[in-house]
Ligand binder design. Structure first.
Ligand SMILES: [Zn+2]
Length: 163
């Protein structure tokens, strides 16, 4: 059983950010939010290396309730098999918003990441701007539907971008 709540340092290759931004910009240009997943391995008890980006099959909608992404059960099952067979762990989800980056009630209630200590990142403005860590709203799961927002200093301590 891999614990995420002891992680203090995450190695995040810039190339993985580029993969995510490409997807978020692509769906954003059509007016939709998108979601991607970061998976990888624990390299020590407190350090995690993101090795791969998964763009799960997602249904995107623009309804009266606002923008929504939905990853259906079969896509999550497929993901879980992939993680299991390759001894990989889901660390973080990352999704876009049309404007401000925050965790909506839906984001709190229906996350893909459900392990304590896991992360949820929200990118503002459909990821149109070049990547800057300070633009992200980063949340960490610390209890049932209890997502705590990291401040900017914590964020840059934990997320180490590898160029
Ligand atoms: Zn959201």
């Amino acid at each position: 059983m891999i614990l995420l709540n002891k992680i203090e340092r995450i190695l995040l290759p810039f190339s993985q950010i580029e993969i995510v931004y490409k997807h978020l910009r692509n769906v954003g240009s059509q007016g939709y939010e998108g979601v991607a997943l970061w998976i990888g391995v624990l390299i020590s008890e407190t350090e995690f290396e993101i090795t791969e980006t998964i763009i799960p099959q997602q249904k995107l909608s623009n309804s009266e309730e606002g923008l929504l992404y939905l990853v259906e059960a079969y896509a999550l099952e497929k993901l879980n098999w992939y993680l299991y067979e390759n001894k990989l762990t889901l660390l973080s989800q990352i999704h876009s918003h049309p404007n401000r980056a925050y965790h909506s009630e839906t984001d709190d209630k229906y996350p893909i990441v459900t392990k304590l200590g896991g992360f949820s990142i929200v990118v503002p403005n459909f990821a149109k701007a070049p990547f800057q860590l300070k633009d992200w709203a980063i949340f960490r799961l610390q209890g049932n539907q209890d997502w705590r927002e990291l401040d900017k200093i914590e964020s840059s301590d934990i997320f180490n971008i590898i160029y």
